[in-house]
Write a protein that binds this ligand. Structure first.
Ligand code: URP
Ligand code: ZN
Ligand code: ZN
Length: 495
């Protein structure tokens, strides 16, 4: 498939006979690459110094995984199993060519220091390109007044906030403070929407009755808890006329709130993840701690919820499909079992691995089962996250001038998922034994092969850090479209 040709060729690489899909088009072309960028799209291109024949195969933009956790500090003694070496290796082997993990501020810490610390952890290790979101967990006056605006100006143009988790959550007043900065400075706020007090109330009572097995994690965070927080987040964003993106939506209750807000013309965006299509509450069952493998928040729901998420992917309610890769080993006191086999559900670190399987799962069950079309697949997994987080058109498409981040897909070779064949450092996958009908044949990062026919070919440190432009939703002046007298009064008084 991969052939070396003339050394003085017109292109460094030609991907020949590609069946290209972008978010908007499908076309047949040869793709010419020079210095890591796409420089020609045409039929019958001149020879490249190396060539790959993609005849009969889809060639799609490399995946942009806009929600994954790598080497993120924790405050409960747990430890993430993947750093930027293993995490990006795993991503590349699954067809992802850009990751956006989180520089997480711990309570009491400076946000700028959190970003510096994360660079120290990340730089020189990734094999594919990467940007940072921030996590704002301590919205002090200094953070709101100085640090957040300065960091947004330096290319960290999106951040996540939490409405739950004691060590992360912000109250509504603090959420308004950071949304106000986001509106003024042109950032996109990602919101983890679950109601903290409801979860605490239920958890306390479940544990008092001895109900501490993994399955009770789901009962401590029922759909109404997510729906209430989603509605509240939407209301806070409406009050300040600021775009937000609700992350990891699990079922119809929150989806309906998002759809309702979008129909009202609010700038509300939403993300969902594989666990809400392919897992249910049944996956939290099993002997002993088995179900801890699939503890994540919000928890996986039921078959009807899975269908609602498919509907939301097909009808445009969701713009982004991310992994929410949160790598904790199962058989490990720094992973899913900090107190061994008696770990209560509320002490199990939240999250599941999924960087490497995200794209193949959606391709197999979405595109090849006719639930979504190929353009929607590209939009959800690559183009939309690139636009929403200020990386487009360098990332997220196959076009002249874009980085040559591409995946040649093999849809002819069914493959069963086995953790032993994945490239992360986690000791399980929730998708063990699942049959997939698609998997990347070749992944290219800026024109270099990083994965080919089952073999990782990347190089730690080859990945570049990406400063983000203003997110697309933050570029339009919302106040031109909406009349909000309270904001007008505040603006008038300030001028
Ligand atoms: O449990 C989940 N969803 N992931 C880990 C952290 C987070 O909230 O994203
Ligand atoms: Zn979250
Ligand atoms: Zn997450």
């Amino acid at each position: 498939m991969n052939a070396a040709i003339a050394p003085d060729a017109a292109f460094d690489l030609v991907v020949r006979n590609a069946r290209v899909a972008t978010a908007g088009d499908v076309f047949d072309a040869d793709i010419g690459v020079r210095a890591g960028r796409i420089v020609a799209l045409a039929q019958g291109l001149a020879a490249g110094a190396s060539e790959i024949d993609a005849r009969g195969r889809w060639v799609l933009p490399g995946g942009v995984d806009a929600h994954c956790h790598l080497a993120q500090p924790t405050s409960d003694g747990s430890r993430m199993a993947d750093d930027f070496v293993s995490g990006t290796r795993s991503a590349a082997c699954g067809g992802t060519t850009t990751v956006i993990p989180f520089a997480a501020q711990m309570k009491g810490q400076s946000l700028a220091q959190a970003v510096r610390d994360y660079h120290a952890v990340a730089d020189g290790k990734a094999c594919i390109d990467y940007a940072f979101h921030m996590i704002v967990s301590d919205a002090t006056a200094e953070v709101v007044r100085d640090e957040l605006p300065a960091l947004i100006g330096q290319g960290y143009t999106s951040f996540k906030i939490y409405m739950t988790y004691d060590d992360m959550k912000l109250g509504d007043r603090e959420i308004l403070d950071v949304l106000d900065v986001a509106r003024r400075e042109g950032a996109l706020t990602m919101i983890h929407a679950e109601s903290s007090d409801c979860i605490a109330w239920l958890t306390e009572r479940l544990l008092a009755r001895g109900l501490q097995a993994p399955r009770y994690h789901g009962l401590s965070r029922p759909p109404v808890v997510e729906r209430e927080a989603t509605h509240r987040a939407i209301s806070l964003a409406e009050l300040l006329d600021t775009p937000i993106l609700i992350v990891h939506v699990s079922g119809p209750e929150a989806t309906d709130q998002i759809r309702w807000a979008q129909t009202r013309g609010l700038s509300i965006y939403a993300e969902t993840c594989p666990q809400y299509l392919f897992l249910t509450a049944d996956d939290l069952e099993g002997e002993g701690m088995h179900g801890a493998r699939c503890i994540c928040s919000p928890p996986p729901r039921d078959a009807a919820s899975q269908q609602a998420i498919w509907n939301g992917l097909a009808n445009g309610t969701f713009q982004v499909f991310s992994s929410d890769h949160a790598p904790f080993r199962y058989d490990d006191p720094q992973g899913k079992q900090p107190q061994g086999p008696d770990t209560p559900f509320n002490h199990v670190p939240n999250g599941i691995p999924g960087l490497e399987t995200r794209l193949a799962l959606l391709f197999s069950e979405g595109v090849l089962e006719d639930r979504i079309d190929i353009n929607t697949f590209v939009a959800l997994t690559s183009t939309n996250p690139a636009k929403l987080y200020g990386l487009y058109p360098r990332k997220g498409t196959i076009a002249i001038g874009a980085d040559a981040d591409m995946v040649i897909w093999d849809t002819d070779t069914p493959r069963v998922v086995h953790n032993a064949e994945l490239h992360h450092n986690v000791d399980y996958t929730p998708y063990e034994g699942r049959l997939l009908r698609a998997w990347p044949a070749v992944t290219l990062s800026r024109g270099k092969v990083v994965y080919e026919d089952g073999v990782y070919r990347g190089q730690a440190g080859a990945g570049q850090f990406l400063q983000c432009e203003k997110p697309a939703p933050a570029r339009t002046a919302r106040s031109r479209h909406r009349h909000l007298p309270w904001l007008s009064a505040l603006a008038d008084a300030a001028s």
